[in-house]
Design a binder for this molecule. Structure first.
Ligand code: TXA
Ligand code: MG
Length: 364
């Protein structure tokens, strides 16, 4: 349990960024402190990436295992040379197309970056965030900033300052509070040190968008056993999890909804409070039933589904459900990232509904 300290909260209007607030936050970072700040994906918990002791504070505050490396945030693409041993031509090309934005590149670690940042590895993950507050903070601090999502390890990522405080109040120095994040799921982590560029974690930049630039792109984000060392440890099988047990349902149309409905009612009859995470258009199918319904957004607007994915899971937790049945949103575009987060929230408990058959895989 980390030492308790006073956590200050400074509210910032992203439309009119208060430069004094940014200067204060930058001073905390330069002095080795911990600052939570908004990015376009989720809130990050930042420390000076060049200061091993400051970075150690992140691991303590989050209760994050030391084998899980951090992403280093840069104000601009040119800063790559401050943190990376050498920059492959492909990295400049991807940066040109996707930065600032929700793409993280795994590159050879520069000697300036202490090993605690990379969990002892020879590679470092880097990105230029698109949020104007994050950019100002990085620019004014004039430091590369190591920042994981600002939640306790294994829990849901924070999409607003209140989420950060719920997990980390008393453990960090400062929160820059600026409302809800736009993308809602974390960045896509792409390794450029593999033979073929490889997505280690699907996220805010889609596989299709990367393929358009790269041609071939591999996806390697399979859930793995918790005790194994992961290629990307954020891909542990149970992660991004709400408190309630969650089961993910994959399948098509009303067959999928029928299977969810049947299981939900069975669980309800056995005395459980059951929550459903649905698409907007699914709601009428379940109306009038004694179930807690939450829609993340319409099927045709996966950007909205991604944006409200974590808030919807939090809302179900707040509704004190015992069990969450979540529908799948496919794998096109942001669907892949949504499926990834829900699969991990489910700890691998996935039901594949085909025809009238529901087949449980990797279940417990
Ligand atoms: O959108 C985001 O990426 C957010 C915001 C704050 O930037 N950050 C974030 O950080 O999600 P975190 O620490 O929660 O997730 C970072 C992921 C983890 O899965 C980690 O294992 C992976 O990136 N990662 C970091 N460095 C790596 C490296 N050198 N090689 C492979 N994977 C790495
Ligand atoms: Mg995280």
């Amino acid at each position: 349990m980390p030492n308790m300290k006073e956590t200050r909260v400074i509210h910032i209007d992203p439309e009119h960024i208060n430069t004094n607030a940014i200067r204060e936050a930058a001073a905390v970072l330069r002095a080795g402190g911990l600052v939570a700040f908004p990015t376009e994906t989720v809130y990050g918990l930042g420390a000076n990436a060049l200061d091993a002791e400051a970075v150690a504070g992140i691991f303590t505050a989050k209760e994050r295992p030391a084998h899980d490396p951090l992403i280093v945030h840069l104000a601009e693409t040119r800063w790559l040379e401050r943190v990376v041993r050498f920059v492959p031509a492909l990295a400049w090309e991807l940066a040109e197309r996707f930065w600032p934005g929700p793409l993280t590149l795994v590159l050879p670690r520069g000697p300036q970056i202490p090993l605690i940042v990379t969990a002892g590895g020879d590679t470092v993950a880097v990105r230029v965030p698109a949020d104007p507050i994050a950019q100002e903070l990085l620019r004014v601090a004039n430091l590369p900033v190591a920042a994981p999502s600002a939640n306790r390890f294994g829990c849901l990522s924070p999409t607003c300052a209140e989420d950060v405080l719920a997990d980390l109040a008393g453990r960090i120095d400062l929160v820059l509070a600026a409302g809800a994040t736009r993308v809602g799921v974390e960045s896509t982590v792409l390794s450029l040190v593999t033979l073929v560029p490889t997505i280690l974690r699907p996220g805010g930049v889609s596989r299709e968008a990367l393929s358009a630039v790269l041609g071939e792109v591999a996806v390697c984000a399979k859930p793995i056993g918790d005790k194994e060392m992961a290629l990307s440890p954020g891909t542990l099988s149970q992660h991004y999890a709400p408190s309630a047990r969650l089961i993910l349902y994959q399948g098509q149309g009303t067959t999928l909804l029928k299977a969810m409905c049947q299981e939900a009612m069975l669980q309800h009859e056995s005395g459980k409070r059951v929550g459903l995470l649905l698409a907007q258009e699914d709601l009428p199918f379940f109306s009038g039933l004694p179930l807690i319904l939450r829609a993340a957004g319409p099927l045709a607007r996966l950007d909205l589904v991604a944006q409200s994915l974590f808030p919807t899971l939090r809302a179900l937790d707040r509704a004190a459900v015992d069990l969450i049945l979540a529908r799948d949103f496919g794998i096109a575009g942001l669907g892949l990232a949504i499926r990834d987060r829900l699969t991990r929230a489910a700890g691998g408990r996935v039901v594949h509904v085909e025809g009238s058959l529901a087949k449980f895989t990797c279940g417990d």
